[in-house]
Design a protein around this ligand. Structure first.
Ligand SMILES: [Zn+2]
Length: 419
C-alpha cells in the first residue's frame, strides 16, 4: 500500500519519455532523476541495516571494494551518479543496487570470489542495474507489486525483520531484494562486461563466474539460491551471451588474484567465527540454549569486536533468564556498533521488560529513526500510555494499526481502549 501511494505520488510529479542513459533506447520515464537519487539516498542506510549492517571489522576491505567500484563507475554510462559501495556483514552470498548508484555486496559473496576481475564483474553488473534505471523501470511497470512482492517474501523468508519494517525502509528492501527480468539481467551482463574492459579487467572473469553460478544453481544445494540467484537468476542464455561478448575482446586484462586474496584474507580468517555464530542462531531457534551459548562464546573468543555476536549472546542469556548478563552484552553490542537499529531495538525491548521506561524509550526511538518497525512503534505507544501521554500513545498506535498480524491487532485493541 505504501508503495502504491509512493508510485502514484511520483507519477503525478513527473511524466514523459526519456532516453535510457545506458542503452540509448527511448523509454517511458515517470520517475525523474531527482526522485531516483532521493530514493537511493533515503533507503540506502535502512536497507544496509536490515541486510546485516556494515562489515566494520575490516574497513580496509570496504575501501578496496569502493576503489574497484569507483574505477568501473567512472567508465560507466552515468559516471556522475552519487555512487556508494558498502560491504555488508551477512553470510548470504548476495549483492544489490538501489536507484542512484547505491550498491552493496555481502561478506558471504566476497569470500567466494577468486580475484579482483570477478569482483569487478559483480560490481559492474550492479552498476548497470543502477545506471540503466532497472529498479525505476520495474516500479513504473508495477512489477514490484506483483512478482516483486512474492520475491521479497522469499528473499526475506529467513529475515526476522520481514514483516516488521515500515514505510520507506520497506520499499528499499523491496527494491534491493526483488527479482530482475531476464532482459535486465542480459543488459546488466552485457554493459557490465564493457565497463570491465574499459576499466582494464579481463572480461573472461565474468564468463567464468556465470558458469560457476549456473552450475551451482542447477545443483539447487547452494546458499546462493536464497541470495544472489533469487534476484539475479543465472541461465544458460546468459552464459552463452557472455561468451559471445567476451570473444569480441582481446583476452588478457587484469585479474588481480594475488591482490584480491590478500585483501580478503581477514574476512576469510574471521569466517569460522561467523559459521559458529550461524550455528548458535540455529541451535537457539531449536531451544538448545546451552549449546547455542557455548557456540557463540567460541565465536566471541575468535572475534571479540563483533557486535552481532554480543547481541545474539544477549538474547540467549535473556532466554536463559540471566537478565544482568543479557544487559551487559546488549550494552557491548550497542557500544561496538551504535548506529545499528536492531541492537537498540533488542536492548530497548529488554529495558522495557525490566520497567526502565526512559532507557527503553531512548533506545526504541533511536532504532525507529534508522529503521522504523511496527514493534518499536507499538512499544513506544505503551511507554507513552504508561507515562500518561494519551495523545502520543494514540499517535503511535495509529501508525501501527495499519500493520497486519498480531502487532497490528494489538495496536487497534489498545487504541480503542484509550478512547
Ligand atoms: Zn542482476
Amino acid at each position: 500500500m505504501a508503495l502504491l501511494l509512493l508510485i502514484s505520488a511520483l507519477v503525478m510529479m513527473t511524466s514523459g519519455c526519456a532516453t535510457n542513459p545506458v542503452t540509448g533506447e527511448t523509454q517511458l520515464s515517470l520517475i525523474g532523476e531527482g526522485e531516483e537519487h532521493q530514493m537511493g539516498q533515503e533507503n540506502y542506510r535502512p536497507t544496509i541495516q536490515t541486510q546485516g549492517g556494515r562489515f566494520y571489522l575490516d574497513p580496509e576491505l570496504t575501501t578496496y571494494v569502493q576503489n574497484v567500484g569507483n574505477k568501473l563507475a567512472e567508465v560507466s554510462d552515468r559516471p556522475d551518479l552519487p555512487y556508494e559501495f558498502a560491504v555488508l556483514n551477512s553470510s548470504v552470498p548476495n549483492a544489490w543496487a538501489l536507484p542512484g548508484g547505491k550498491i552493496a555486496i555481502n561478506r558471504g559473496l566476497l569470500v567466494k570470489l577468486e580475484d579482483e576481475a570477478q569482483l569487478a564483474s559483480v560490481l559492474g553488473h550492479e552498476i548497470v542495474h543502477a545506471a540503466a534505471r532497472h529498479s525505476v523501470q520495474r516500479m513504473q511497470q508495477g512489477m514490484l507489486l506483483s512478482a516483486g512482492m512474492a520475491g521479497i517474501g522469499l528473499a526475506l523468508g529467513d529475515n526476522e525483520w520481514g514483516g516488521l519494517i515500515m514505510g520507506g525502509a520497506a520499499v528499499g528492501s523491496q527494491l534491493a531484494l526483488s527479482q530482475y527480468s531476464q532482459s535486465h539481467e542480459l543488459e546488466a551482463d552485457r554493459y557490465g562486461i564493457e565497463y570491465m574492459v574499459d576499466a582494464g579487467y579481463d572480461p573472461q572473469a565474468a564468463v567464468e563466474l556465470q558458469e560457476i553460478f549456473l552450475e551451482l544453481s542447477e545443483g539447487q544445494q547452494s546458499s546462493f539460491i536464497d541470495g544472489l540467484f533469487a534476484t539475479h537468476p543465472p541461465s544458460q542464455a546468459r552464459v552463452e551471451a557472455n561468451r559471445r561478448l567476451a570473444r569480441k575482446y582481446d583476452s588478457g586484462g587484469y585479474r588481480g588474484r594475488e591482490e584480491y586474496q590478500s585483501r580478503i584474507a581477514e574476512a576469510k580468517r574471521l569466517q569460522p567465527a561467523y559459521e559458529l555464530h550461524d550455528e548458535a542462531l540455529k541451535l537457539a531457534s531449536e531451544e538448545e540454549l546451552e549449546s547455542a551459548l557455548a557456540k557463540v562464546n567460541e565465536a566471541i573468543e575468535m572475534a571479540p569486536r563483533e557486535a552481532a555476536f554480543f547481541a545474539t549472546r544477549a538474547r540467549i542469556q535473556e532466554a536463559l533468564e540471566h537478565p544482568e548478563k543479557a544487559q551487559e552484552d546488549y550494552d557491548r553490542a550497542v557500544e561496538l556498533y551504535p548506529e545499528m537499529f536492531s541492537y537498540r531495538l533488542y536492548r530497548g525491548l529488554s529495558e522495557l521488560d525490566r520497567g526502565n521506561l526512559d532507557k527503553a524509550q531512548a533506545d526504541l526511538e533511536a532504532s525507529a529513526q534508522v529503521v522504523p518497525t511496527s514493534i518499536a512503534y507499538l512499544r513506544l505507544g505503551d511507554i507513552a500510555a504508561r507515562k500518561g501521554d494519551r495523545n502520543k500513545a494514540a499517535a503511535y498506535y495509529n501508525e501501527v494499526a495499519k500493520a497486519g498480524g498480531e502487532i497490528g491487532e494489538e495496536a487497534r485493541r489498545k487504541l480503542s481502549n484509550l478512547q
